[in-house]
Design a binder for this molecule. Structure first.
Ligand code: OGA
Ligand code: MN
Length: 195
């Protein structure tokens, strides 16, 4: 699986992998999600002094977690990310040092307009990754991730247990509104040590 991610990153700059989680894992993650829901806060745009909240651009709620002390149910994906980071460095010399992640949910109707994951004054985000955590998702539910590239766009259906990895600087992208709550674990690998 890591090999096909590396190959796709090499060929296209992004990789989509299905069935990362067992159904039983998704069930447990969703249980955790529901229990911790009161701790999520509305997401902001930018960083440092530029941080603002604007639901006409971005409407998700997030809960930042520490990947150095992963929750038990997130240990397997966290190890996978560690291995992926090592392999990405060996293959592409990306100088990745550390990753961060948060759980996120989009309430029905909320979205994230086209954007880049790098900040104006800090371009250390190098690899973006998104695990899709809903146990069920149909095409009518919407909530697609759209990756824009030179030749057009790639529309990714946020199906259960999917993982999307892409080069943060190369793909402006958006999250389309969904009909039901849309849940993810989203994060970034940085080419610097995080404070
Ligand atoms: C983000 C983002 C994509 C997704 O949080 O920056 O683009 O599919 N998420 O949730
Ligand atoms: Mn993004």
């Amino acid at each position: 699986m890591l090999n096909s991610i590396l190959q796709d990153i090499h060929d296209k700059g992004y990789a989509v992998t299905n069935n990362i989680f067992y159904n039983s894992e998704l069930t447990l993650i969703n249980k955790l999600f529901t229990e911790e829901k009161h701790r999520f806060i509305p997401a902001h745009l930018g960083n440092g002094a530029q941080r603002v909240r604007d639901v006409s651009i971005r409407g998700d709620h997030t809960l930042w977690l520490d990947p150095k002390a992963p929750l038990e149910i997130l240990q397997r994906p966290t190890l996978l990310l560690k291995d992926l980071q090592v392999e990405l460095n060996q293959r592409f010399y990306l100088g990745l040092k550390e990753f961060e992640y948060h759980l996120a949910y989009y309430s029905p109707g909320s979205f994230y307009k086209k954007h880049l994951d790098t900040f104006e004054k800090d371009s250390s985000r190098t690899i973006s990754f998104v695990f899709y955590l809903n146990e069920e998702w149909t095409t009518e539910d919407g909530g697609e991730l759209v990756l824009y590239h030179k030749k057009g766009e790639e529309i990714i259906h946020p199906g259960p247990g999917k993982l999307v990895v892409f080069l943060s600087r190369d793909f402006p992208h958006e999250v389309r509104p969904s009909k039901k709550e849309r849940r993810t674990l989203t994060g970034w690998m940085h080419n610097k040590i995080l404070m």
